[in-house]
Design a protein around this ligand. Sequence first.
Ligand SMILES: [Zn+2]
Length: 63
Amino acid sequence: MLKLDPYSESILFQCGRCRRVGELFTEMIEDEGSFYCWNCLGEIRQAGRRARKDQEGLEYAAH
Ligand SMILES: [Zn+2]
């Protein structure tokens, strides 16, 4: 999902998870065709590696 920033010529990307908007590479990163902020990508990758029982702890840390 792309959004144009009215205050600059940069193309901004919206996180598919938390809806945060930022510039690619500095704030956002592409992963398997979707865009996520660094924070969400880290949590997604952790969640993928870890067992299901750790999910509650990750969601708590995000709030
Ligand atoms: Zn995010």
